[in-house]
Design a binder for this molecule. Structure first.
Ligand code: CTP
Length: 399
């Protein structure tokens, strides 16, 4: 999933040979889940057909302020958008934008737009270097618009120099980076442990548990959605996060998980420990498959390291640690003890006694227990909604 999901974008295309790249730009934006409405100047239609753009954007293309007997509402369009990208922006269009002209649909919509405007210029090197263009760019920057840097390379004139429009993929990353920077957890690092651990007995057998990883994966997605640089330490699970920029470290055993967590813990601002870590692991792991016999068999187990308690000892005042507890009796007092023992800022308590809560369900009913014994209770909700509540609380507690 991308940060462009459900974002409303106007793509303004003016008359440059680079207009052919706007088809690919539209396709990329749509692929990232954005809604795109295209506006073209009359001269852009000589380089690329409006039909191509309307097919790719699945929306009619706005061309004129007046079409036959209808008036295209540039004000409404300007207010609809979350972002306005003008790509390619010719020297002529730049000059009209800088001067506040409104003689075509693209520039009129620019004047009505309340959203952030990103301009990707495209022109010949001499036009780009000209004092008038420079002044226009300065005016647009002073107005708060963002200029997507031009590239150096071969131009339509045959000259080599600066003036090529940025590639569509770069325009998309430029927009995505801008969105991420404005998110509340931008600049924060978050670590989430999720899923079960599998403790091997021999090459074919292990001790595991019913954790699916769903709750932790939903939390990792919510943290990434709000801009945190997120690492997911994931035990054996077939589920994956939706945000593509989550860094996943795959582990099997409690020991693997301990190593992965301790290797990056120091640099984390937020740690959420949802993993159902095995408390015991076989003392001896057989190299060969153990053959059955007629007598009963027992496996000797030893304690695993308590990852949460161990990193809890290293916790710095600027770090937040959140734990999970699954209890069947004396729920609140057991959870409070764990908050103190493992040095959590709060623990998310879920009870197996609640219908719809716990392993394998899409829903969960939780309460947050804090160090001072305060409690916040929540209704039965989807795990995605529980993840939102947890990350809301994290935002409140962050120093
Ligand atoms: N946890 C951990 N490492 C372990 C065991 C647990 O990091 N070896 C973390 C879990 O991810 C969870 C919290 O500690 O956030 C509580 O785990 P839980 O298994 O409920 O608690 P235990 O301390 O194991 O207590 P008990 O088995 O008595 O319920």
């Amino acid at each position: 999933m991308s940060h462009l999901l459900h974002k409303k974008i106007i793509l303004g295309i003016s008359g440059s040979i680079a207009a052919y790249k706007s088809a690919y730009l539209t396709r990329l934006l749509i692929k990232h889940g954005a809604e795109v409405k295209v506006i073209m100047t009359e001269s852009a239609t000589h380089f690329i057909s409006p039909l191509t753009l309307s097919t790719l954007s699945k929306q009619p293309v706005a061309l004129e302020i007046m079409d036959e007997d209808t008036w295209n509402n540039h004000v409404e369009l300007g207010l609809w958008a979350d972002y306005f990208i003008i790509a390619p922006a010719t020297a002529n269009t730049l000059s009209k934008l800088a001067d506040g002209q409104s003689d075509n649909m693209l520039v009129a919509t620019y004047l009505s737009a309340k959203c952030k405007v990103m301009i990707a210029p495209a022109m010949d090197v001499d036009m780009w270097k000209h004092g008038s263009t420079k002044k226009n760019i300065e005016k647009l920057i002073a107005h708060g618009d963002l200029i997507i840097p031009v590239e150096h390379g071969e131009l339509a004139s045959g000259l080599i120099g600066e003036g090529r429009m940025a590639e569509p993929a770069q325009i998309v990353s430029y927009l995505e980076d801008y969105i991420i920077k404005s998110l509340p957890l931008n600049g924060k690092s978050a670590l989430v442990t999720a899923g079960p651990t599998y403790e091997p007995i021999d090459p074919v057998r292990f001790i595991g548990n019913h954790s699916s990883g769903k709750m932790g994966i939903s939390i990792a997605d919510e943290l990434a959605k709000r801009g945190a640089f997120t690492t997911l330490v994931l035990g054996p699970s077939s589920l994956r996060p939706q945000y593509k920029n989550i860094n996943i470290i795959f582990v099997n055993t409690a020991e693997d998980m301990f190593k992965a967590v301790t290797s990056i813990h120091k640099s984390q601002d937020i740690v959420v420990m949802t993993a159902a870590v095995a408390d015991y692991t076989p003392l001896h792991v057989s190299d060969q498959k153990i053959k059955k016999s007629d007598v009963d068999w027992s496996v000797q187990l030893k304690r695993t390291i308590d990852i949460a308690a161990s990193i809890g000892k290293e916790k710095q005042p600027n770090q937040l640690h959140i734990g999970f507890a699954l209890e069947t009796q004396n729920e609140k007092s057991n959870a409070t003890q764990k908050v103190i023992k493992k040095n959590f800022d709060f623990i998310v308590l879920n009870s197996l006694n609640e219908p719809g809560a716990g392993f394998k369900h899409d829903t969960n009913k939780v309460s947050f227990i804090f160090k001072d014994n305060k409690e916040k209770q929540f209704e039965l909700k989807s795990k995605k909604e529980v993840a939102i509540d947890i990350v809301d609380e994290i935002e409140l507690l962050l120093p």
